[in-house]
Design a protein around this ligand. Structure first.
Ligand code: ZN
Length: 220
């Protein structure tokens, strides 16, 4: 069944999930930890809708494909189409704010990067984008002042704030829409702060987005 985004009050959104547009290296401290240059324009890639899962249902690692890294990110749900949109139009199109895990087959991604090949095999596998439920956008007073925190087995692994983004959320949406139309039901995940690392079977995860979202889940 197609993945349907839902809100924290458990109401499903009225459209199935479209595409997931992802932003790489949007926090300088994360670009540095992987020895990547800080980009001069947003680095974009996509995950198919089939990569999405409900985060609270558990995180399933693919077998025999090498290390899987977590990246904890703010996700925004798009409520109306954006084509060559201004930042004002982009701001109005956000209907939900949630948390995402951008799961990455890091060994495979490193091999693909060396060859100059696309990253999709490392980024777009089934289950590679666990999504939390979304809060309505209007309850978020400032998209650029939200704490992003990941705790694994009681240890804080990632603890950043969206104020550290190189490109702000509305700038990203406007930028993406100059290149490809964002449609109602699409999700944009906005990059990860530092602290990425490997997931292991049985890990207990707690994902927090400011005071807005808190999800506990397990790696299976
Ligand atoms: Zn990411």
């Amino acid at each position: 069944m197609a993945f349907q985004p839902r809100f924290t009050d458990q109401t499903p959104w009225d459209k199935p999930l479209g595409k997931i547009v992802c932003v790489g290296r949007n926090y300088a401290d994360h670009a540095k930890e992987l020895n990547n240059p800080v980009p001069t324009e947003p680095l974009l890639f996509m995950k198919p809708a089939t990569s999405a899962s409900h985060m609270a249902d558990g995180v399933v690692l693919p077998a025999d494909l090498g290390d899987v890294h977590y990246e904890t990110e703010m996700a925004v749900l798009i409520g109306q189409a954006l084509t060559k949109a201004s930042v004002e139009e982009a701001a109005k199109a956000i209907v939900g704010v949630g948390a995402a895990l951008d799961l990455t087959l890091r060994d495979l991604q490193s091999r693909l990067k060396e060859k100059g090949h696309p990253w999709e095999r490392a980024k777009g596998f089934d289950g590679s984008c666990p999504l939390s439920d979304f809060v309505p956008a209007q309850v978020v007073s400032d998209l650029q002042d939200v704490q992003i925190k990941l705790t694994i087995n009681g240890d804080v692994r990632q603890d950043g704030n969206t104020e550290m983004m190189l490109y702000k959320v509305v700038d990203l949406l406007s930028h993406i829409s100059q290149w490809c139309t964002l449609e109602a039901g699409d999700v944009v995940i906005t990059g990860t702060p530092a602290g990425v690392g490997k997931l292991n079977q049985g890990d207990q995860l707690s994902v927090e987005l400011g005071g807005l979202i808190q999800v506990t889940t397990e790696v299976r």
